[in-house]
Design a protein around this ligand. Sequence first.
Ligand code: G3H
Ligand code: 13P
Ligand code: ZN
Length: 332
Amino acid sequence: MNSYKELGLVNTRDMFAKAMKGGYAIPAYNFNNMEQMQAIIQACVETKSPVILQVSKGARDYANINILRNMARGATEYAKELGCEIPIVLHLDHGDSFETCKQCIDNGFSSVMIDGSHFPYEENIELTKKVVDYAHQFDVTVEGELGVLAGIEDEVSSAVSHYTRPEEVEDFSKRTGVDSLAISIGTSHGAYKFTPEQCTRNADGILVPPPLRFDILEEIEKKIPGFPIVLHGSSSVPQEYVKMINEHGGKLDDSVGIPEEQLRKAAKSAVCKINIDSDGRLAMTATIRRIFDEKPAEFDPRKYLGPARDALREMYKHKNIDVLGSAGHALD
Ligand code: G3H
Ligand code: 13P
Ligand code: ZN
């Protein structure tokens, strides 16, 4: 058993309570390798933001759970060395079974998600409660999910979304004992969230997707006041990176993400955690493609992974400061 406390990590409990009070959301950034972890920590130290380092099943298959745990320990020491002991959570993203959650809890994760949203309601409750009962013995916090997002959720993919039903959230949170709840109000996973045809154009000619269902969020907040809500699928798909990828030999289809103003609005509500993965993939890919295109003789990985890390860091800083509002709250 590796306790997260020995790794210098924290669970989400205090973080969410402070985020709820302060009207901001904690960034939950996915990582799979050293450069992504370094970029996240640099950005969060520079902006003095708490952070959730997220690990998907894909990440564990790619990088190995022991390596990831030690990278999280490295992250806490790195933050200290950079000058600010920001609170860091190591979180399992989209846990698909009790066994997966248990393995992560036993391996130093301070928070896990059990994603039973694709199961019938009673089965979701049963599975989620089983994970909560195990996790809470070790003071590990648990995120559950109600409602289904469109797009690819790790192993689970869905062509259509089902919005969260506000009438279920109180019963679900009480009977499972979860610490936070992921909901579906119109976000979706991946870089292809909305096609241009699904959008309208604003006065500046910018494509605007259908707004998130803030009415559903408000209903949910009324049913479980002060309960931490999580938004998955919250990448904004920065058009400058899509353009850069396509200008340097890439072939991405047109796509529109979640507008930053909508995430800003959500962060001021009971939404305490906002998940972002795809934007990091786009920033890294765009930078690496540009360098390969402009300097075809370059073959030192540090010469393209380094700039990719810098681009990631700048993007995360922007999100912490201008979108999630978590900047300056590391030492609350
Ligand atoms: O929600 C899914 C995350 O973006 C992780 O994706 O399984 O490809 O690492 P992944
Ligand atoms: P994006 O694909 O929008 O970045 O969402 C990531 C996510 O929800 C991870 O759980
Ligand atoms: Zn997700």
